[in-house]
Design a protein around this ligand. Structure first.
Ligand code: NAD
Length: 494
C-alpha cells in the first residue's frame, strides 16, 4: 500500500534516513536530510520568493490557496492514509486532519479579502492616520509528529495569503506526509502563473535543522509546535535576534465534571479526549476533576468502557486506539505510571498490548489513575493515554487545582448550572487559551484562535485574528494640509 501511496504523490524513496510506521514498525520509506548548505540555499530561495510574492495582491494570493485546497479535496483519502501510516492515528483522524487543512484553506481564501487595517482619528487638522498590515517575510514552520500536516496548514494557509513565503521543518518522525503535502502544493502552484519558485519549501532533518531556521535573521517569524522543552530552547534563540515566535507547546488539559453534568455526554467527551489519538494530542484530556456526589457513578462506568476499548491497527474500521509513536513514548508512559503509583495513585489499565502481533510496535491499554491529589506526576505532560482522576467537593477547589499546573492550553467544564459555567469562563476562571462548556478539550474548530498560556507558549494560530502574527503592522500618517502642525501641540519654528 505504501508504495502506491508514495507514487501517488510522485515520491521516491531514497536517502539515509529510514521512516518507520508506528503501526507495525515496518520501514515505509527513506528520506535524505538536508545538510547545512542546502538549508542555507533554501532560506535564500525563501527570501527571493517572498520578495516576489509580497507584490501579488492578497485576493490573488488567496486564489493559490484555493487551488491548493482543491488538491487537498481531490487527494484527501490518500493523504489521510499516509498520515495514519506515518503517525499511527486512526484513519478517521487521519482524514479529519486533511479536512482541517481544507477548512483552513477555505478560511484563508476569505481572509485574503479581509486583511483589514484601521482608520484612526488624527489630532492634527488636515491629517489622516491609518494602520495597515504588510507581509512579514519568510515564515519558518517547525511541526510535531502528532499533527504532521494540519499544523503546517494552519500556519501556511494564513502566511501565504498574508504575502509570506514558508519554509517547513516537519518532525523527523513524519517526513513523508510533509513531502506529500509539498507535492500537492507544487501541483497547485503550477496552475498559478505568479507563484514564485521556493514559495513553499520543506527542510528535512533533526532538531539541528530547526535550530538553523530559528537562528536565521532573514526569517522574522518562527512558528514552532512541539514540546515545552523544544520551546524553551528555541524561544531565546529567536528572541536574541528580535525575531517573533509563535509557540504551540505542551498541554495538560483538564475537565471539571459538576454534580448537574449530563453524565452520558461527559463520558463520551472524556473518552474521545482522553484516548483519541492514543493520548497523543496537545489537547488530550489528562486531568479529570469529578464532584464527589457523582464520582462513584461516573468512574465505574468509565472503567468499564476503558476495559473494552478497541485497540489495534489504526487503518482497520472500528479501531479507536492506535499505537504510540515509538518505544520512547511507551517508556515515558511506563515511567509515569510507576511515579503515579509511588505518589499514591491507583492504576487501572496501562501496559503493552498486542506485543505478539506487532513485535516492533507499541500499543498500550489506556490507563485511568485515581489520584489522592494533584501530585507532581499529574502536573507534567506525559504524551500517552493516562487520565488522572481527582475528587472534589468545592467548586473553588476544583478550579484552583485545575489552574495549578504549568501548562495552559485547553480546558472544559460539564455542568447545567449557569453560575458554574460562567465562573469557569470568567476572568478568575480557567486560565487556558481554550475553555469549553459541555464539550471536551480536544478537537478544536479552525475558526477560533488556537493556542495556550503559560508553558504552552502563548502563541495563537488558525482562526480569529491569528493572521496578524504573520504580518507587520504599520502606522501611517498623511498630511493633506498646507501646514505642519506637530503632535502634542509642540511649537518648533526656527
Ligand atoms: P518535539 O518537541 O520533540 O519536536 C517538535 C519539532 O521541534 C520537531 O520538528 C523537532 O525536530 C523540532 N525541534 C526539537 N528541538 C528543537 C530545537 N531545539 N530547535 C528547533 N527545533 C527543534 O515534539 P514532538 O514529540 O514531535 O510532539 C509532541 C509535543 O508537541 C507534545 O508536547 C505536544 O503537546 C506538543 N504539541 C503541541 C501542539 C500545540 O498546538 N500546542 C500541537 C501539537 C503538539
Amino acid at each position: 500500500m505504501v508504495t502506491n501511496l508514495l507514487s501517488h504523490f510522485g515520491l521516491s524513496s531514497f536517502g539515509d534516513h529510514a521512516v518507520h510506521s508506528p503501526i507495525d514498525g515496518a520501514e515505509i520509506g527513506r528520506v535524505a536530510h538536508d545538510d547545512a548548505k542546502t538549508v542555507e540555499t533554501k532560506i535564500a530561495n525563501s527570501v527571493a520568493a517572498f520578495n516576489a510574492w509580497r507584490e501579488i495582491p492578497a485576493p490573488k494570493r488567496g486564489e493559490l490557496v484555493r487551488l491548493f485546497g482543491e488538491e487537498l479535496r481531490t487527494n484527501k483519502d490518500h493523504l489521510g492514509r499516509l498520515v495514519t501510516l506515518e503517525s499511527g492515528k486512526i484513519l478517521q483522524e487521519g482524514l479529519g486532519e486533511v479536512q482541517e487543512m481544507i477548512d483552513i484553506c477555505d478560511f484563508a481564501v476569505g481572509l485574503s479579502r479581509q486583511l483589514y487595517g484601521l482608520t484612526i482619528a488624527s489630532e492634527r487638522p488636515g491629517h489622516r492616520m491609518m494602520e495597515q498590515w504588510h507581509p512579514a517575510g519568510p515564515v519558518a514552520i517547525i511541526s510535531a509528529f502528532n499533527f504532521p500536516v494540519a499544523v503546517w496548514a494552519w500556519n501556511a494557509a494564513l502566511a501565504l495569503v498574508c504575502g509570506d513565503s514558508v519554509i517547513w521543518k516537519p518532525s523527523e518522525k513524519t517526513p513523508l506526509s510533509a513531502l506529500a503535502t509539498q507535492a500537492l502544493f507544487e501541483r497547485a502552484a503550477r496552475k498559478f502563473a505568479s507563484a514564485p519558485a521556493g514559495l513553499s519549501q520543506v527542510v528535512l532533518g533533526l532538531r539541528q535543522a530547526g535550530e538553523a531556521l530559528a537562528k536565521d535573521h532573514r526569517i522574522p517569524v518562527v512558528s514552532a509546535t512541539g514540546s515545552t522543552r523544544m520551546g524553551r530552547e528555541l524561544a531565546p534563540v529567536v528572541a536574541a535576534r528580535f525575531g517573533k515566535s509563535i509557540l504551540e507547546l505542551g498541554g495538560n488539559n483538564g475537565m471539571i465534571v459538576c454534580p448537574s453534568a449530563k453524565l452520558d455526554l461527559a463520558q463520551r467527551a472524556i473518552l474521545f479526549a482522553a484516548v483519541g489519538t492514543a493520548g497523543q494530542r496537545c489537547t488530550t484530556l489528562r486531568r479529570l476533576f469529578v464532584h464527589e456526589s457523582i464520582y462513584d457513578r461516573l468512574v465505574p462506568a468509565l472503567k468499564k468502557t476503558y476495559s473494552n476499548l478497541p485497540i489495534g491497527n489504526p487503518l482497520e474500521k472500528g479501531t479507536l486506539v492506535g499505537p504510540l509513536i515509538d518505544k520512547a513514548a511507551f517508556d515515558n508512559m511506563e515511567r509515569a505510571l510507576v511515579a503515579a503509583r509511588d505518589e499514591g495513585g491507583r492504576v487501572t489499565g496501562g501496559g503493552r498490548v498486542l506485543a505478539e502481533k506487532f513485535q516492533n510496535a507499541w500499543y498500550v491499554r489506556p490507563a485511568i489513575v485515581e489520584m489522592p491529589d494533584q501530585t507532581p506526576v499529574v502536573c507534567r505532560e506525559t504524551f500517552a493515554p493516562i487520565l488522572y482522576l481527582m475528587r472534589y467537593s468545592r467548586f473553588e477547589d476544583a478550579l484552583a487545582r485545575h489552574n495549578a499546573v504549568p501548562q495552559g492550553l485547553s480546558s472544559c467544564i460539564f455542568t447545567q448550572d449557569m453560575q458554574e459555567a460562567e465562573r469557569f469562563l470568567a476572568a478568575a476562571g480557567s486560565d487556558c487559551g481554550i475553555a469549553n462548556v459541555n464539550i471536551g478539550p480536544s478537537g478544536a474548530e479552525i475558526g477560533g484562535a488556537f493556542g495556550g498560556e503559560k508553558e504552552t507558549g502563548g502563541g495563537r494560530e488558525s482562526g480569529s485574528d491569528a493572521w496578524k502574527a504573520y504580518m507587520r503592522r504599520q502606522t501611517a500618517t498623511i498630511n493633506y494640509s498646507d501646514a505642519l502642525p506637530l503632535a502634542q501641540g509642540i511649537e518648533f519654528t526656527a
